[in-house]
Design a protein around this ligand. Sequence first.
Ligand code: XMP
Length: 329
Amino acid sequence: MDVTEIRRPDDMVRITTPELAASFIEDQVALIKDQIQDKKVLLALSGGVDSSVVAALLIKAIGKQLICVHVNHGLLRKGEPEQVVEVFRNQMDANLVYVDATDRFLDKLKGICDPEEKRKIIGHEFIEVFKEEAQKLTDVDFLAQGTIWPDILESEDGIKAHHNAGGLPEEMNFQLVEPVRTLFKDEVRMVGRELGLPDTMVDRQPFPGPGLGVRCLGEICRDRLEAVRESDAILREEFAKNGLAGKVWQYFTVVPDYRSTGVKDGKRTWDWPVIIRAVNTEDAMTATVEAVPHDLMMHLTDRITHEVPGVNRVLYDFTPKPTGTIEWE
Ligand code: XMP
């Protein structure tokens, strides 16, 4: 698609209140109904803010004519796939295809250590799984995408390829439905809240497409991946409890592929460290490090070393961007 065809109207009011969000929703529902009529729409629903808001908007407009496909690549955070099923299938009564492709992704990633190679495999496999699911369906004319305004600006500027929604095969020959493409992220969140999505979904911090795959450093193995997932869940829980969840831009844990000596219950251990990263940024091009209170760091260390199997140390990454990137891979 030629991105220059898409314009955020100069006179478009920024969505800053629930009333403005409600009026945006009303307009979009009418437009979607008009565009789709009695046809079917397919959506890759990751559970991230953008695709979730698009799903909720389309469900409101066309109900079960929307088919959501949630591909669990095994690299999602703790509780995320379950939340997608709970919110969309159980609460919103959506037409949701849930695919657990964990084994398939982890098999493909066996022996792969290079981060870019890992990204390529995860991206490619995602499209393959999605394509296979799409081929099982008949009479689908439209593909919905959670493209938002900054994605379009960044694609125009050539800063980055649009790596979230992008890359779905053109040969699939769908017409596109992009109902939030004129919105900034804060507006998408406001619309999501108005549509009744839970705060934990709407206020989600940015999460890379390759997920925990780039936080389980080097070759991904199941036990180290679980150490990333469990330590990330503890970090998120403690940040939420201590008022940091809405304040810090991105926070996560990383588990490297080397071990160190430790001691537990009087016995020598040979386990992995967990690295905590918590950063603030405007645009992800530069970032500063959050000054996490010392007491909280000690509590996190205690919980992670006692609750996460295979971990005997916790480190904090003090590096701003530059010189470090936000992610480790
Ligand atoms: P870096 O590590 O480059 O990250 O400082 C900047 C922001 O981009 C996110 N990120 C990604 N997002 N696919 C994504 O969708 C990726 O491959 C990817 N790599 C990094 C990162 O989480 C941070 O918010």
